[in-house]
Design a protein around this ligand. Structure first.
Ligand SMILES: *[C@@H]1O[C@H](CO)[C@@H](O)[C@H](O)[C@H]1NC(C)=O
Ligand SMILES: *[C@@H]1O[C@H](CO)[C@@H](O)[C@H](O)[C@H]1NC(C)=O
Length: 447
């Protein structure tokens, strides 16, 4: 897969396997939900890793603007007086004021200032100033935030536009096509999974040749399929090409515009967009990654990063401790094959330290969904004795209550096995990955 990080692949893959195992895919865990359409099966699934580099709405819109994508005119403010100034400067018929937080459900949220709603429409700039005063510096609680809410540091003041028609458009990296694909539907503004499930004939797809880019005929065909008529068709095709430019420019793995709408004045506008980024491209997307606002990120992932571990939360019940994304994918598949589902993954990098193993166990077991732990460490350079020591220490100090299955392969395996056996702890040894997955799934079923 082109320009796609292993971690992305892992999320993608892990989620594909888990969603196949269960129709009840993880839904709406957080704002960082990543959508993948199973294009070939015309079936949709929502998969939700816990965290992703997630930009605020105004940040995404700035990136879009820079690529010439049509968005509503807007300003950003971090004080009420600036918000008021911005509202005046917009000189718009109607203004929309939006609190900038990552979590969804803003419209129905409540501020601890007493103000209801993180999104307000008004025609009066003075009202924008008044409302901003009750937003900035206060916590906004929505269905997706922690119960104390998230502090609002920025508001977006934008021109409100009427929408006469809403469509859905996305560009994403698709595994089955080995590259980017455009997906669109004339049924926008709603849950695209639902559209795909109830009216799959309204989902259109165009495979993009990575060398050629989006061809004119493709862009026009997509625009027509989205239901744009007359001069709007060209405009929409133009927007589609610009969105693809953006996709390439920022190393996105997905750009989703919902809705891509038209106004009564005959303008095609991207009203809302979600951009996911390839985290392997961080080295050349410094400006994008610098926008990452850690205050809303998953504390488990942050804690993991502190110990040089990568954590990915999923919705099953088997915690997985592995080294390498490839091994994580294989582990996920085989757990799935045996009828289980991973709860999470912790990826141990190269240079293993005992303390790291201990911290890894702490993180894995902190997840209340976890009913069993599977350790699958494999590699010529891994000193398994260190891992075994870390495991026994963690088991004792954390008073591990769930079944633990361990498969270690590398150097010092004999030593590692001795450490585990002599510990007297109830650890199930496994010979290989298949054996380990089978035993972990069986351990849960037994309980
Ligand atoms: C407001 O939200 C922040 C997180 O952004 C949190 O740390 C803080 O405790 C909250 N404050 C109140 C008063 O609830
Ligand atoms: C095997 O473990 C011992 C101590 O447990 C250590 O001294 C030795 O370096 C290890 N061997 C390798 C190849 O890591």
């Amino acid at each position: 897969m082109l320009a796609t990080s292993l971690l992305f692949l892992l999320r993608f893959h892990a989620n594909m396997a888990t969603s196949m195992a269960s129709q009840a895919a993880a839904r709406g865990l957080r704002a960082a939900s990543f959508r993948h359409l199973f294009l070939d099966k015309v079936k949709c699934t929502t998969v939700s890793p816990r965290r992703w580099l997630n930009l605020q709405e105004y940040q995404s819109k700035k990136l879009m603007q820079e690529s010439g994508v049509a968005v509503q005119r807007f300003y950003v403010a971090d004080s009420a007086s600036e918000a008021l100034k911005a509202a005046k400067r917009l000189n718009a018929k109607e203004i929309v004021l939006k609190a900038q937080i990552l979590a969804g459900g803003r419209g129905k949220g409540v501020f601890d200032s007493g103000l209801k709603g993180g999104v307000h429409l008004t025609k009066d700039p003075a009202v924008v100033g008044e409302l901003a005063k009750k937003m900035l510096g206060f916590n906004l609680t929505t269905k997706q935030t922690p119960k104390d809410g998230v502090k609002v540091k920025t508001v977006m003041v934008a021109e409100a536009l009427d929408i006469s028609r809403e469509t859905y458009f996305a560009i994403l990296m698709d595994r089955s096509c080995n590259g980017p694909v455009m997906v669109g539907s004339p049924q926008g503004g709603m849950d695209i999974e639902e559209v795909a499930a109830s009216t799959p004939e309204l989902i259109f797809k165009e495979i993009i040749d990575i060398f050629e880019g989006v061809r004119d005929d493709q862009a026009l065909r997509m625009a027509a399929n989205l239901g744009f008529k007359g001069p709007l068709q060209r405009q929409a095709a133009d927007q589609i090409k610009r969105l693809y430019d953006l996709f390439l420019k920022v190393d996105a793995t997905q750009v989703e515009v919902n809705p891509l709408g038209e106004t009564p004045e005959g303008q095609v506008v991207c009203f809302d967009a979600k951009i996911n980024f390839d985290d392997n491209a961080e080295f050349r997307q410094k400006a994008v990654f610098a926008m990452d606002d850690m205050t809303e990120s998953d504390p488990t992932e942050m804690e993991a990063a502190k110990w040089d571990l990568k954590y990915i939360g999923l919705d099953g019940n088997i915690a997985c401790f592995v080294n390498g994304a490839g091994l994580a994918m294989a582990t996920c598949d085989i757990i799935d094959l045996h009828g289980g589902k991973p709860a999470n993954f912790l990826d141990l990098g190269g240079g293993v330290k005992e303390r790291q193993v201990y911290e890894a166990f702490k993180l894995l077991t902190a997840d209340p969904k976890v009913e069993a732990i599977l350790v699958n460490i494999f590699g010529g350079i891994v000193n398994c004795a260190i891992i075994a020591n870390g495991i026994t220490k963690a088991c004792r100090e954390l008073e591990l209550k769930v079944p633990l299955v361990v498969r270690l392969e590398g150097t010092n395996v004999t030593e590692a096995k001795r450490i585990l056996t002599e510990s007297g702890l109830p650890i199930t040894a496994a010979e290989n990955l298949d054996d380990a997955a089978r035993k972990a799934v069986a351990a849960i079923k037994k309980e």
